[in-house]
Design a protein around this ligand. Sequence first.
Ligand SMILES: [Zn+2]
Length: 101
Amino acid sequence: MLSGHGFFRAYLDKIGKVEKPDCVYCSKDRDDALHTFFECSRWIAERQKLQSEVGGLRPETIIDVMLVSEVHWELIASYVETVLRQKKVEETKLAARKSAR
Ligand SMILES: [Zn+2]
């Protein structure tokens, strides 16, 4: 999940699926796992909800936080899933809109 693969434009760019690796939601020029889960403004609400439940989240500590308890694990896994699912839906819509033009 934090491998950098999956639905990240930096990865899609590397394999030639998109023209630019930039984030479609904000001005960040590189959309990867780190940006999506820890920085991107699009997911502030989801991130804040998660942080209110498991505490502060940083890339260096997220694995430790996940291992605190099964509940923590589930909460973080569900955050990751929600974000990725939503991202896929929205980017598919954006791509369809672009090609329809
Ligand atoms: Zn972004």
